[in-house]
Design a protein around this ligand. Structure first.
Ligand code: HEC
Ligand code: HEC
Length: 187
């Protein structure tokens, strides 16, 4: 048991000394490069959300919809019939997910894509689909249906990650688009 204090001191010095400094440095660096990093949509870091909302499609970043949309989508009654699927959650998990989504929703985000989402919606509009937001519709209106809904490898515009190769990182630039069965997108 004599060892304990030494180990304990070591742990304390790591948590009190090392880690915060590392975080502080990371925080400074991300602040420094924030213009670059805030271009896309804020990436998801919540493990529970990633786990629960990735079974059928990629876990959409909360910054794609305003808070009111997420409230509608994640209500218990709504999850029972979620676009024809049962996506029910236990109460605790549901609460965690709704907190995560509403805290990071498009109306609270400084990321460029979220700002564009909000700018394209009227105040009282809260669609339950990202693919029904005017900004998203407009960005995809030149892509023929044969590459989307009639493309076996994509099925619908809802499967962002099929074409946006950096979707999980929150990067949706047109130069990182590769349409399955078609190839890189070029104008
Ligand atoms: C059991 C499967 C399943 C699970 C689990 C699931 N979803 Fe879905 N989700 C779907 C289906 C199916 C669609 C409709 C896709 C389509 O129209 O092609 C959808 C669509 C969506 C859309 C709209 C996409 C669009 O078209 O813009 C959002 C937003 C969404 N889900 C969020 C969530 C969230 C948040 C969770 C976690 C709580 C979740 N989903 C869990 C099956 C699921
Ligand atoms: C069928 C493949 C495909 C799917 C699925 C898809 N996209 Fe796209 N997306 C594209 C292409 C291609 C472009 C570029 C269009 C252009 O330049 O005319 C694009 C452009 C965009 C842009 C604008 C990029 C820019 O540089 O201005 C955003 C934002 C975007 N998509 C978000 C999404 C989201 C969010 C989803 C899922 C809800 C999604 N996309 C699903 C193919 C797709």
């Amino acid at each position: 048991m004599k060892k304990f204090p030494v180990v304990f001191m070591l742990m304390m010095s790591v948590t009190l000394g090392g880690v915060p400094i590392l975080y502080a440095e990371e925080g400074f660096a991300s602040w420094l490069f924030s213009v670059e990093r805030k271009k896309g949509v804020q990436p998801v870091t919540d493990a529970i959300y990633n786990e629960e909302c990735s079974a059928c499609h990629f876990p959409y970043q909360p910054g794609w919809l305003p808070e009111a949309s997420w409230q509608k989508l994640i209500a218990a009654s709504a999850l029972e019939d979620h676009f024809g699927e049962n996506a029910e959650l236990d109460e605790q998990t549901q609460q965690h997910i709704i907190n995560f989504l509403t805290a990071n929703s498009a109306d609270k985000s400084y990321y460029k894509r979220s700002k564009k989402i909000m700018a394209s919606l009227n105040k009282d509009q809260a669609p339950i689909r990202i693919t029904k937001v005017p900004y998203i519709i407009k960005k995809h209106d030149e892509i023929p249906e044969k590459l989307i809904s009639k493309n076996e490898k994509v099925k619908s515009l809802s499967y962002c990650e099929k074409c946006h190769k950096k979707a999980e990182k929150g990067i949706f630039d047109d130069d990182s688009v590769f349409i399955p069965g078609h190839g890189y997108w070029s104008d």
